[in-house]
Design a protein around this ligand. Structure first.
Ligand code: ADP
Ligand code: ASP
Ligand code: MG
Length: 427
């Protein structure tokens, strides 16, 4: 008998029929003899709809109220799912994040889990019942206020509970059959990875592959929780995320690791160019102090060579588009003391990242990437690298084509049937 934490994403519980379908799956797993704890997301695109609703009330809602609003989404799905399971003759009880003992810091909208004290969940398991936990939410012990963990945060709830309960595995049920070598919505020839290492999954998630949220992978790696990403719409084995190296299902992969695990893309970033910065020591430091001081995290940075005649240079950097207004207003405020000429803001960029632990020991990966993009007529605007990742910024409208071109160039296209997307709106 195993203890299994199962997480169902919004696309798996988008309507009453889907909730009943998922309930059957949970009841069957319980009847087969395992102890089951379920983490559930809000139905379909509920979270986006609640955000839109708040925007119609005020452009800048207080973050505390926003968190109370958004946690309502998961309360709806958890109670309906518990009802559906009870209907099938298996006892189930739902719990909010607070009731489940998910304790966070006080940063509304992107709180971090600081502790998990799942007494009530343990009691429920001991009684032979299924515990259903609302994902994406917790409580801060400072004020007893409800918090949310940031978009996609139910994945983190699931892994944190699995760690806290000492579960054998954390199963993440979604609308595709696992982690693929690229987003199946963009690359139908993407291949399912049988295994992917925490390190590669971290880079994939950080680079926009939203099938798992970044913090959940960080948590899983820290506590050694094995994660099984699979579809709630099929019974296929999915992708196992562990410390073991990647096996992309290639022939002989167990002997020789493939160089590339996958291609990720991200459309959520924007680029700020600080134009005409005096090319003297300390200016870059000032610019990034100001940006950091406004609470904004930056990603890539490029500084151009200064024109000898003017002694001025341009510095560009990327950041989450949702932080664009904050960063530009902070910089504008400090324009007199930094002494730059103007700011340019561009939110029509896309980022492509090629990820693979094998590239560490393999020359020519960048050259092949750049050649693939140039053959497809796609211009590269910025480049950054880590030990196991190369990222490039392109125009947003050529990003899909870029992903497909790179996927093909690195021979990642599957010769099996096309990857299936079972549900979801891709929002
Ligand atoms: P859920 O509602 O289950 O949380 P998400 O929409 O958050 O689902 O994540 C699943 C989606 O992630 C898929 O439908 C797919 O479009 C997208 N995705 C992006 N990159 C990948 C990848 N490399 N492998 C699988 N899915 C990916
Ligand atoms: N419902 C939340 C969101 O849409 C959390 C999640 O689905 O993981 O971001
Ligand atoms: Mg998700």
């Amino acid at each position: 008998m195993a203890l299994v934490v199962q997480k169902y994403g919004g696309s798996s519980v988008s309507d009453a029929a889907s909730i009943k379908r998922v309930a059957k799956r949970i009841a069957a797993a319980k009847r087969a003899g395992d102890d089951i704890v379920v983490v559930v997301s809000a139905m379909g695109d509920t979270t986006d709809e609640l955000i839109d609703l708040a925007q119609q009330i005020t452009p800048l809602p207080p973050s505390r109220e926003m968190d109370i609003l958004l946690t309502a989404g998961e309360r709806i799905s958890m109670s309906l799912l518990a009802m559906a399971i009870n209907n099938l003759g298996v006892k189930a009880k739902s719990f909010t994040g607070q009731q489940a003992g998910v304790i966070t810091d006080a940063v509304h909208g992107r709180a971090r889990i600081v502790d998990v004290v799942p007494h009530r969940i343990r009691e429920t398991i001991e009684k032979g019942q299924v515990a259903i936990v609302a994902g994406f939410q917790g409580v801060t012990s400072d004020t007893n206020d409800v918090t949310t963990l940031g978009r996609g945060g139910s994945d983190t709830t699931a892994v944190a509970l699995a760690a806290g309960l000492g579960a054998d595995v954390c199963e993440i049920y979604t609308d595709v059959d696992g982690v693929f070598s690229a987003d199946p919505r963009i690359v139908p020839a993407a291949r399912k990875l049988d295994r992917v290492s925490y390190d590669e999954m971290l880079e994939l998630a950080a680079s926009g592959a939203k099938v798992l949220v970044l913090r959940c992978v960080e948590y899983a790696r820290r506590y050694g929780v094995p994660v099984h990403v699979r579809s709630s719409f099929s019974t296929h084995t999915g992708t196992l995320v562990t410390s073991e190296p990647t096996d992309a299902g290639l022939e002989g992969a167990a002997v020789e690791q493939p160089i590339i695990a996958g291609v990720a893309h991200d459309r959520s970033e924007a680029k700020i160019t600080v134009v005409g910065v005096p090319d003297v020591p300390g200016k870059a430091a000032r610019i990034f102090q100001v940006v950091a001081g406004s609470g904004v995290n930056i990603d890539m940075i490029v500084q151009n060579v200064s024109a000898a005649a003017t002694g001025l240079t341009d510095i560009s950097f990327t950041l989450p588009a949702s932080d664009g207004a904050t960063a530009t207003s902070a910089l504008s405020e400090h324009q007199p003391d930094i002494g730059f000429q103007s700011l340019q803001y561009d939110d029509t960029i896309g980022k492509l990242s090629l990820i693979g632990a094998g590239m560490k020991s393999h020359p020519g990966v960048s050259a092949k990437l750049f050649a693939a993009l140039s053959d497809a007529g796609i211009n590269i605007e910025m480049i950054s690298t880590s030990e196991i990742r190369i990222s490039v910024v392109t125009r947003a409208d050529s990003l899909d084509e870029a992903v497909r071109a790179v996927h093909t160039a690195f021979e990642l296209d599957s010769d099996q049937q096309e990857a299936v997307v079972y549900g979801g709106t891709g929002r």
